[in-house]
Ligand binder design. Structure first.
Ligand SMILES: Nc1ncnc2c1ncn2[C@@H]1O[C@H](COP(=O)(O)OP(=O)(O)O)[C@@H](O)[C@H]1O
Ligand SMILES: [Mg+2]
Length: 275
C-alpha cells in the first residue's frame, strides 16, 4: 500500500442536480504534502468532504489505508479520529457556545474523560496561543480567531491526515504565518497534510505533489515541479504561473541563469542560482 487515502471512480452530485466530481481517481501518499488546486467551483471542497466521509459519493469509493470508508455512524466517528478537516469558513464548523466546549466536542465524542480532554485542550491552546479565548463565547470572536479555534478543534484530535480547505482565507498576514508554521510542524511530525490554496507561490514552495481539478475532473496528479513548468496545462486549468517561476524564466532568457538549472521553489533557491 503506497497511499494513505485513495479514491476510485468517485462521482458526487448535490441534491440540486449539480455534479461536482466526475470519475475522480487520486491517491495520496502517507506523509506527503499534497495541494489540491483549481478555479472556484472546480470541486476542491466537495472532494475534501468526500475524503472524510461527510459527502457520500453516489458512485465510486474512498479508501483510508486499505479499507473502504464505512458510512455507518460508528464507522464515520472512527474515520474522523484519523482524518480531520478544517473547513474554509470557520462558521461552518464551530457550533458550541464557548471556545473550550467547542474544542472539547470531538474529544468527548471519542470517549476521553473531562480531565483528559482538559489536559489536551490546555496543550493545544498553548500551542496556538488561544489561552485568553477559551472561556469566551464563540460569537464574540473575530474571523481569524474563529479560524484558529476551528484548527485547534481538529488538531486536538491528533488525526493522521489533516485536510485544510484554503487555510489562508479569513486570516491576516500574521495569522497566516502562524497557520503556515503549524502546517510545517504537522508535516515534521509525519502527518499527512492536504491543502487547497489559490496561492501558487505557496503551493510551489510547500507541496510535494499536486492534484489539479477542472469542472470536477482531475486534470493533473503528480509532482509539483512538473505542473508549474507546464504552461499549457496551467492555462488549461485556469491557473497562473508562480512569480518565482516567471522570474526564473526571465533570468534564463537574459542569460543570468543557466538554462539547464533546476527550477527554484522559493526566493532563496532563486538567489542561489544567480550567485
Ligand atoms: N451545497 C451545495 N449545493 C449545491 N451545489 C454545490 C454545493 N456546494 C458546491 N456546489 C457546486 O459544486 C461545484 C463544486 O464546488 P466546490 O466543491 O465548492 O468547489 P471549490 O471548492 O473548488 O470552489 C460547484 O459547481 C458548486 O457550485
Ligand atoms: Mg472550496
Amino acid at each position: 500500500m503506497d497511499y494513505i487515502i485513495k479514491t476510485q471512480g468517485l462521482n458526487y452530485s448535490y441534491h440540486s442536480g449539480q455534479t461536482a466530481l466526475f470519475d475522480v481517481n487520486i491517491s495520496i501518499k502517507q506523509g506527503e504534502k499534497t495541494a489540491v488546486i483549481g478555479s472556484n467551483g472546480s470541486g476542491k471542497s466537495t472532494l475534501f468532504l468526500c475524503l472524510n466521509g461527510i459527502n457520500k459519493p453516489q458512485k465510486g469509493s474512498v479508501f483510508f489505508k486499505d479499507k473502504k470508508i464505512d458510512y455507518s455512524s460508528k464507522g464515520l466517528l472512527n474515520l474522523r479520529r484519523f482524518v480531520g478537516i478544517v473547513f474554509q469558513n470557520p462558521d461552518d464548523m464551530i457550533f458550541s457556545s464557548s471556545v473550550r466546549q467547542d474544542i472539547a466536542f470531538g474529544l468527548l465524542n471519542m470517549g476521553f474523560s473531562n480531565s483528559q480532554a482538559e489536559e489536551k485542550i490546555k496543550r493545544i491552546s498553548d500551542f496556538l496561543n488561544l489561552g485568553s479565548l477559551l472561556d469566551k463565547p464563540v460569537h464574540a470572536l473575530s474571523g481569524g480567531e474563529k479560524k484558529r479555534v476551528s484548527l485547534a478543534g481538529v488538531m486536538v484530535m491528533e488525526p493522521e491526515v489533516i485536510i485544510l480547505d484554503e487555510p489562508g482565507a479569513y486570516l491576516d498576514t500574521v495569522n497566516t504565518k502562524t497557520v503556515y508554521k503549524i502546517i510545517d510542524d504537522l508535516s515534521l511530525k509525519g502527518k499527512t497534510v492536504i491543502i487547497s490554496s489559490h496561492n501558487m507561490d505557496f503551493v510551489l514552495n510547500w507541496a510535494e505533489s499536486v492534484i489539479v481539478l477542472k469542472y470536477g475532473k482531475v486534470v493533473f496528479n503528480g509532482k509539483t515541479e512538473d505542473l508549474f513548468l507546464n504552461n499549457e496545462l496551467l492555462d488549461f486549468a485556469g491557473l497562473y504561473e508562480p512569480q518565482i517561476i516567471k522570474t526564473y524564466k526571465m533570468l534564463i532568457n537574459k542569460g543570468v541563469i543557466a538554462a539547464n538549472s533546476t527550477a527554484p521553489k522559493n526566493i532563496t533557491e532563486l538567489e542561489m542560482l544567480i550567485k
